[in-house]
Write a protein that binds this ligand. Sequence first.
Ligand SMILES: Cc1cc2nc3c(=O)[nH]c(=O)nc-3n(C[C@H](O)[C@H](O)[C@H](O)COP(=O)(O)O)c2cc1C
Length: 405
Amino acid sequence: MNVLQEEMILPNGVILSNRIAKSAMSENLSNKHHEPTSILINTYKTWANSGAGLLITGNIMIDSRAIGEPRNVVVENRKNITVLKDWAESVKGTNTHLWAQINHPGRQAMEQINSSLKAPSAIALKTGGRKKTTKKIPEVLSESEILEIIEAFANTSIILKEAGFSGIQIHGAHGYLVSQFLSPYTNIRKDKWGGTLENRSRFVVEVYRKIRERVGPNFPVGIKLNSTDFQKGGFSEEESMEVVKILSKEGIDLIEISGGTYEAPAMMGKRKESTIKREAYFMDYIDKVRQITSTPIMLTGGFRTTAVMQDAIASNQLDIIGIARPFAIFPNIGNEIFNESQADFTTKIKKTGVKAIDGMMNIVWYESQIKRIGQGKKTNPKLSGWSVFFNYLCLIIEQKLIRKT
Ligand SMILES: Cc1cc2nc3c(=O)[nH]c(=O)nc-3n(C[C@H](O)[C@H](O)[C@H](O)COP(=O)(O)O)c2cc1C
């Protein structure tokens, strides 16, 4: 047995059977009404046997008026409780926790499929380089809408707990709504929800408190948080550490560290030269954050070799190794990590050669592999970027038509 197989006891007493976690990956596998499908559930049945102690679902939307991708699952009422129970049961009989990641995309909602975008401030997303594609300007959330969203986070959490998921993760990273509130670049509000860090972190604190109030003290609630959003004038490392302190004091159970936004996608590896030398992307930050909190820490981004993963745990730099893309290619990865001390799980997407399309390939190509897992097929590292792109385009058009009728 190696260190990665050691169990992890969270402060509330919940036990994770080992140190390997599948980090959230949007599966884009709901049906067109945003309900979980059997393909989605089958994927989790496979991952349940991957050896990982913790699986975190892809982001589940808390509000059908704000959707990130055409086939995201939405949970805003008990209409689909039966199929949600089936999803939660996918890990039954294994030693694997299944936590649901919940999210509101704010200004990063897909504008083609949402009738309006709402965000803390009216600052549009810019993707594809500094001067290119400036997206739609979001509407500013009113105080009552903010309170409604906080309530929606809690409502989705209690439904998912009832369905049998064994924990909740708030998506507080990658430039989605929680992270938009935290960042001075996207939050220039003058009321109690903007300005000082205390004000900008009010939203995430209220979301956490409301969820905790509903799910009770013993149910795991975690967060995925940016170390920084890698943008000038954005959420800095120092501010991130302050938020870690605040949430630790509030009693959050697990903090997963990532970084970046759609505008600066550091979570996918576009990072500073100085950090490239280290396999895992945000290791420098981890070293600092470890000094200021005793809350368990998970790190995601770049982990590929068993040796580096083992070293990170053995040296007590962090508690849980988060892995995303390799799970889409190596569905049995946990067991392989435990059995092979020199394994390397590097993955590489097939691009189309068209820059504007390849920007999204890092997500959609992996989603196509996840779908193959759910269909009982072998993953295919040679899968063509073009076929993936056309399938995705069809999903967007379909969703656009549905939302018009
Ligand atoms: C297909 C795909 C979908 C993703 N969806 C989510 C998501 O829903 N929520 C989230 O927090 N991160 C999401 N991510 C980011 C991953 O969780 C992770 O932070 C990132 O891929 C870096 O980890 P890795 O190097 O192990 O892949 C997604 C990544 C991919 C490839």
